[in-house]
Design a protein around this ligand. Structure first.
Ligand SMILES: NC(=O)c1ccc[n+]([C@@H]2O[C@H](COP(=O)([O-])OP(=O)(O)OC[C@H]3O[C@@H](n4cnc5c(N)ncnc54)[C@H](O)[C@@H]3O)[C@@H](O)[C@H]2O)c1
Ligand SMILES: [Zn+2]
Length: 448
């Protein structure tokens, strides 16, 4: 125990811990009507049979069932095949493909086959527009002269993910007389994707929608699964809708212009998949984190694909978040408190999630649900990814508690959390935990 605690940068975390075999008494109950008090989730059931040749030009032979590190199984090819890697989100008649590959924005037909009608509205921001707007317009219009493309360029930043900015999208759509057959295209990171998706869900009560994510965060997580929305001053993503896109087009070349800090932020979500449900993927990340930070395209293509497969499977099983899907929010309850408490845009979403993950892992350990080696591995990989492992010093216990009280996972006044339980790759979503463990975690990470 002493040896392990020295590897952490937060104060006292492990010295306060309960022994790992001490299953503390339950002082609360889960009050949700829709699912049992706590739900355990094991390692994924899916097995990847992929993959096809992707454009420029990876052949991903990796199988999630293989114990061997996947990087060893990924080879380059000089084939000029135009078939991208594709992961399907299986939602019955609302199923859609996620295309993953280098140079996909150079393949107009890929995008165009998912456009409905003859009017398109691209929603992007002031940073992304100079980089990719022209190319996206070309991809939409090349060989397709009848299409009319409008664009709206929003201010850049989480602090603009609000009702006022959303109105600019509606203003443009109405001024351009876009009708029900139009298509909205989200070109950008998670902020643009969430806002454009919500605008598409509500414009004329719902129009066609395509995601072109350009950050790691958006490519591995936010563009997939149909959660859309905006922030409220009192809490993150409190206003929104489930609304699925027609397709997600991930051109991995767009990551070349992404700042390092943003790249690391997205890795927090990649790490999350490993911790909650995919031990093999976590082990792969432990071996390949340097390659990811160095933007190795083959490593990235694999990490994106594997993340999308995890997300697609969870979403297919639980689209509207009755239980399983909530596990994708490991670290997010603490993380959202950091984002809201500090003011939107101060810490990046992934940075807040990273610190929040360490707190959730710490709490899981205090409850005796995981062993010390897992605590260390989680801390180590987040540090390797250049992510914070403690909340900002200005965060107080009261700040955490007040934001956590309005978290979407509160049901009948009871806060449910995603906590790790068992070996790597297993977690629970539960309101049944000793409240003292939460208190102790908050106390260990906050000065006051
Ligand atoms: N809907 C979901 O399921 C879900 C999941 C995770 C996160 N989110 C949301 O996603 C948001 C965070 O997303 P994000 O991390 O992508 O942040 P972001 O959208 O703010 O993008 C990060 C920054 O990178 C810039 N950028 C984007 N692509 C670029 C590129 N290719 N080159 C250079 N700069 C580029 C953006 O303009 C921005 O400044 C949060 O609002 C979070 O709540 C939603
Ligand atoms: Zn997230």
């Amino acid at each position: 125990m002493a040896a392990s605690s020295s590897s952490f940068c937060h104060k006292n975390a492990l010295s306060l811990s309960t022994p790992s075999n001490n299953h503390t008494k339950l002082t609360s109950r889960d009050s949700s009507l829709r699912f049992p008090p706590s739900i355990s989730f094991n390692a994924p059931r899916f097995r990847v049979s992929l993959l096809s040749k992707s454009n420029r030009n990876l052949i991903l032979k990796a199988s999630a069932t293989s114990a061997a590190p996947a990087m060893d199984q990924i080879t380059s090819s000089s084939s000029s095949s135009e078939v991208p890697t594709s992961v399907e989100v299986d939602l019955g008649n609302r199923s859609y493909p996620i295309y993953i590959g280098s140079g996909l924005l150079d393949q107009p037909q890929l995008l165009q086959k998912h456009v409905h009608g003859k009017q398109v509205l691209i929603v992007t921001n002031t940073t992304i527009a100079p980089l990719y707007l022209e190319k996206t317009i070309w991809a939409l219009t090349d060989g397709n002269p009848n299409i009319k493309v409008e664009s709206v360029i929003l201010p850049d930043g989480e602090q603009f993910k609000n009702m006022e900015t959303l109105m600019k999208v509606f203003d443009k759509a109405i001024e351009s007389r876009l009708d029900r057959r139009c298509t909205f295209v989200a070109l950008g990171g998670g902020v643009i994707g969430d806002m454009c998706g919500y605008a598409a869900a509500s414009y004329l009560r719902g129009v066609n929608f395509i995601q072109i994510p350009t950050t790691v965060m958006a490519q591995v997580d936010s563009s997939v699964g149909g959660k859309t929305g905006i922030n409220h001053r009192l809490g993150k993503n409190l206003i929104g809708a489930f609304y699925q896109p027609q397709c997600v087009l991930i051109d991995t070349d767009t990551l070349n212009t992404l700042p390092d800090r943003e790249l690391a932020s997205g890795l927090a979500e990649v790490i999350k998949y490993g911790l909650i449900r995919d031990a093999e993927f976590f082990e792969w990340q432990e071996k390949n984190m340097e390659a990811l930070l160095a933007r190795d395209p083959i490593a990235f293509a694999y990490a994106i694909k594997r993340s999308c497969e995890n997300k697609a499977e969870v979403v297919s099983l639980d689209e509207k978040e009755s239980g399983l899907r909530a596990t994708l929010n490991l670290g997010h309850t603490f993380g959202h408190a950091i984002e809201t408490g500090l003011g939107y845009g101060q810490w990046l979403h992934g940075e807040a999630v990273a610190a929040g993950t360490v707190m959730a892992v710490d709490m899981s350990y205090r409850l005796g649900w995981i062993d010390d080696s897992l605590v260390q591995r989680a801390n180590k990989i987040l540090k390797l990814a250049n992510l914070p492992t403690t909340p900002p010093e200005t965060m107080t216990i009261d700040m955490f508690k007040s934001v956590m009280a309005v978290d979407k996972k509160v049901a009948d006044g009871l806060l449910r959390l995603i906590l790790l339980k068992g070996p790597l790759g297993n977690c629970v979503f539960t309101g049944e935990y000793d409240r003292q463990a939460l208190e102790d975690t908050l106390r260990a990470f906050c000065k006051s």
